[in-house]
Design a protein around this ligand. Structure first.
Ligand code: MRU
Length: 346
């Protein structure tokens, strides 16, 4: 497997592989302050639910280093401001809030500032490393549902770029490929940010996994024509009843999959579960700038002065989900009892 360093913390800096530039340019974006990390998450230098969680954790650490010389009182005050800013950088992926919550527990502990800084470094490293381990466990779980010779459809980018490493849905795909399941992937281009065309295609090519890139609107035809055996996607937030938010366009795949009896799986770590919400109706859906639709590569492609609606995510109701593949096993409907059991671990 080729090593993809999406996120690296080195010498008090967070080094991010700039996902706005891939695949045409491999550039790195250096964050020296928490505000750099806040910008990087907002502007999608780093993106994907687990990846922004890990990046935000390092953002909190950078803030601590900035305020290290403050009195304890000022340190805590400034850290709360920094945590709030990072928390608000994107609204849908709950991994971001989960990571910041863990870091805040340390900030508000009785320790001295120096000690807190050391503990924050340990915690951010733990969040980062644990995500890679979790992804590998999910891959082992998910591998079981992939038939030999499967043609797999996926949406958005859920690979090493979207996580601390390996990937969620793309991690299962990697595993199936390495273990000789002889799979073939169809990757949706994923308008408007083209995470499928730019990032998933890049990762699949790097790994020599056979695939074909399709326009999002081609997926239904492939499903109807019996050319897809299983659909694997990630998630940004999962409610207690299993309703799952993921990249815009996921919901329509799930509806068509159900119509044609194609299994539709969510692959997500338990850090993507929001234990505070009962259903997907409570998930805040991020709306992004109209330029993501009106422009391609910085060039306007639509008439001026028109209305644009650009939600970044949609919610797939649990009834369309065949199973949720987590590091702790594959959940099946009804989701609520099995998801609730995980709550105790948080
Ligand atoms: O807007 P993005 O690119 O951050 O959206 C990413 C997705 O929707 C992914 O499918 C999701 O975060 C799961 S990735 C492991």
């Amino acid at each position: 497997m080729k090593e993809i360093n999406t996120i690296e913390y080195k010498e008090n800096q967070l080094i991010l592989l700039d996902q706005r530039k891939l695949p045409l340019r491999k550039e790195y974006f250096i964050c020296a302050t928490y505000k750099d990390v806040e910008f990087a998450i907002k502007d999608m230098v780093v993106r994907g639910a687990p990846a922004i969680g890990a990046a935000a954790a390092y953002g909190v650490l950078l803030a601590a280093l900035e305020f290290e010389k403050n009195t304890k009182e000022n340190f805590v005050k400034n850290m709360n401001i920094a945590c709030e800013a990072l928390n608000n950088s994107r609204p849908t992926a709950v991994n971001l809030m989960w990571a910041i919550k863990r870091m805040k527990i340390i900030v508000s502990s009785d320790n001295g500032v120096k000690n807190i800084c050391n503990l924050l470094k340990e915690e951010a490293d733990y969040i980062f490393k644990e995500d890679i381990n979790t992804n590998k466990k999910m891959a082992k779980e998910g591998y079981r549902v992939i038939p030999k010779g499967a043609r797999i459809l996926t949406h958005c980018n859920t690979g090493a770029l979207a996580t601390a490493g390996y990937g969620t849905a793309l991690g299962v795909i990697r595993e199936a490929h390495y273990l000789g399941k002889d799979i073939f992937v169809y990757a949706d281009e994923t308008r408007p940010r083209l995470q499928g065309a730019r990032l998933t295609a890049w990762e699949l090519k790097e790994e020599n996994i056979p695939f074909t890139l399709i326009a999002d609107s081609t997926a239904a035809t492939l499903i109807r024509d019996g050319k897809i055996d299983v659909i694997l996607v990630g998630a940004d937030r999962i409610a207690l009843n299993g309703d799952s938010a993921n990249k815009i366009g996921t919901f329509m795949l799930a509806v068509v999959a159900k119509r044609y009896n194609v299994p539709f799986y969510i692959v997500a770590p338990t850090t993507t579960i929001d234990f505070e919400i009962e259903t997907g109706d409570e998930i805040e859906i991020e709306e992004r700038a109209s330029e993501e639709i009106t422009h391609i590569g910085g060039v306007r492609i639509v008439p001026t002065d028109i209305n644009v609606y650009n939600p970044a995510f949609d919610v797939t109701p649990n009834e369309y989900i065949t199973g949720i593949i987590t590091e702790k096993g594959i959940l099946k409907t009804p989701y609520n009892p099995s998801i609730t059991k995980f709550r105790n671990n948080f």
